[in-house]
Design a protein. Structure first.
Length: 183
């Protein structure tokens, strides 16, 4: 991986560019920087979610996902580099199966609501979807490995499931969208 920063205020970005892990410089408004920023924002929101009360095992699993997201950001930062692999995607598939197993089937759409932890998981889900869209946009103009996109797609599904799990952990349930409500 690239150099570690020993000082934060380098002033090298004052011209509107930023350095990538391979030493090249790109505009701070480039698709690559947008993708990195969305992944970083998602990771930060996961950190906020981890401040909430939840089962210890789930906290450990979310912490592992934070490490994966840091690696994903590193992969985006270094063109041609690969850190996220099939086993990362498969680990999310395993978590999806684990947490979805005990949830009741949905017969209606659910609102992104309920407990604070569940609501934060929904915020993480929407940021994850944005990061995925940005990565797809980047792949339209540059070569990007498939696993990071698959990882984000699977992670957004997992965050939806975890929001449902966290509502139950807090003693509640899904907040259903009422299509038949009166206006």
């Amino acid at each position: 991986m690239g150099k570690r920063l020993s000082k934060i205020a380098t002033r090298t970005g004052d011209d509107g560019t930023t350095g990538l892990g391979d030493g090249s410089r790109v505009g701070k408004d480039s698709a690559r920087i947008h993708a990195m920023g969305d992944v970083d924002e998602l990771n930060s929101h996961l950190g906020l979610l981890l401040c909430e009360d939840m089962p210890a095992t789930l906290g450990d699993e979310l912490m592992a996902i934070q490490h994966d997201l840091f690696d994903l950001g590193g992969e985006i930062c270094i063109p041609g580099y690969q850190l996220i692999k099939e086993e990362h995607v498969l680990r999310l598939d395993t978590l999806l199966a684990k947490y979805n197993a005990d949830l009741p089937a949905l017969s209606e759409f659910i609102l992104p609501a309920g407990s604070r932890a569940a609501s934060l998981a929904h915020v993480c889900r929407t940021i994850c979807r944005r990061a995925e869209r940005q990565l797809v946009a980047l792949a339209g103009s540059e070569t990007i490995n498939a696993h990071p996109r698959q990882y984000l797609n699977r992670l957004s599904d997992l965050l939806f499931v975890l929001a449902r799990v966290l509502n139950r952990f807090a003693g509640g349930g899904d907040v259903l969208w009422r299509h038949d409500r009166t206006r």
